[in-house]
Design a protein around this ligand. Structure first.
Ligand code: 13P
Ligand code: ZN
Length: 269
C-alpha cells in the first residue's frame, strides 16, 4: 500500500510534482534523467507516518543541516526520468526523513528509490530557507534550453544583465519573476560547492538561479510556482532568440515602460 493512500493533502502535493514533471518533459527541458525536484512535505506528516520504520539504512546527505531536524521531503530519484515520474511519482521518487543527527537521511516510502544526485543543493537550500523563516517549500532544478544557451555567452553572466534583458522582452516576466535571475558560475553538478554558491545567490534575493552551462534552480511556495518563474524567464529567452533569428536585435521595453510595470505591480528594484 502506498504511503499516499488515505492522505489526500500529501497525495495532492506529490501529484503536483508529477504534473510539473510532465510539463518539464513536454518542454524538452528534461532529457533522460535531467532535472530534479524536492518538496518539503513536513506539514503533511501524521503520527502514523512518523511511526513508520525506514526502508533503508541512514545515508549521508554530504552536509550537516541543523534546520532540517524532523523534516520530511519528497525527492525525485537519481537517474529517474521526469516523463516516468509524471505517471508514477512514487516509483520514480521517494519520501525521506532527515535523521536526528541532521547529516543523514533515510527513505521511508514507497520504494528504496535513491534521491537525486543534487540532494546536497536541494537540502542545503531548504535548510537555508527554514533558517530565514521563508514559506517556500519547493525547489526545482531543470535544463531550460534557451536560458542555458544564453549562459554560454559571458556577456549575459554579469550581474543582472540577463534579468534586465529578459524582463524587457514582455511585461509579465518582471511581474511574475520580480527578483530576476541570479548567476552561479559553472561548477561540478551535485557538488557541495555548487550548493554553497546556490545559497549565496538565493541569499542575494533571487528565486531563480542560473547554473552556468547547465540549468536553473528555482525555489517557491510550491512546485507550480517555482516552475512558473522558470517558464516566464525562458519564454522571454525564446522571444529574444526569435527576434535575433528574424534578423534584428529586439528593442526591449523602455526604462519608462519597465518603471510603470514596477509601480503598477508594486515590485522591488
Ligand atoms: P539526477 O538524476 O541525479 O536527479 O540528476 C539529474 C541532473 O539534472 C543533475 O544535475
Ligand atoms: Zn542538471
Amino acid at each position: 500500500m502506498s504511503i499516499l493512500e488515505n492522505r489526500p493533502a500529501l497525495s495532492a502535493e506529490v501529484y503536483k510534482v508529477a504534473e510539473v514533471a510532465g510539463y518539464l518533459w513536454e518542454k524538452g527541458w528534461a532529457e533522460r534523467n535531467g532535472g530534479n525536484i524536492t518538496v518539503n512535505i513536513t506539514e503533511y506528516v501524521d503520527d502514523a507516518m512518523r511511526a513508520m520504520p525506514a526502508i533503508t539504512k541512514p545515508m549521508p546527505i554530504g552536509a550537516t543541516l541543523p534546520n532540517l531536524k524532523g523534516c520530511w521531503f519528497y525527492c525525485k530519484g537519481t537517474n529517474r526520468r521526469m516523463r516516468d515520474l509524471a505517471r508514477r511519482p512514487m516509483e520514480n521518487g521517494s519520501i525521506i526523513r532527515i535523521c536526528d543527527d541532521c547529516s543523514n537521511y533515510e527513505i521511508v516510502a514507497d520504494e528504496p528509490v535513491k534521491p537525486t544526485s543534487e540532494l546536497p543543493s536541494h537540502l542545503s537550500v531548504h535548510n537555508y530557507l527554514i533558517g530565514k523563516g521563508s514559506n517556500y517549500k519547493a525547489s526545482v532544478h531543470t535544463h531550460p534550453i534557451q536560458l542555458v544557451a544564453m549562459s554560454h555567452n559571458p556577456m549575459f553572466l554579469k550581474k543582472d544583465v540577463l534579468s534586465h534583458l529578459l524582463w524587457s522582452m514582455i511585461p509579465e516576466t518582471k511581474a511574475f519573476c520580480p527578483r530576476g535571475l541570479g548567476i552561479v558560475p559553472y561548477m561540478l553538478p551535485s557538488s557541495v560547492e555548487l550548493a554553497e554558491e546556490t545559497i549565496k545567490a538565493i541569499d542575494d534575493n533571487y528565486d531563480v538561479v542560473m547554473w552556468e552551462k547547465h540549468g536553473v534552480f528555482a525555489v517557491g511556495d510550491d512546485v507550480m510556482e517555482a516552475f512558473d518563474m522558470v517558464d516566464v524567464l525562458n519564454k522571454s529567452a525564446i522571444i529574444y532568440r526569435d527576434a535575433r533569428a528574424m534578423g534584428f536585435i529586439p528593442d526591449g521595453m523602455t526604462p519608462e515602460q519597465m518603471q510603470e510595470i514596477s509601480t503598477v505591480f508594486n515590485l522591488p528594484k
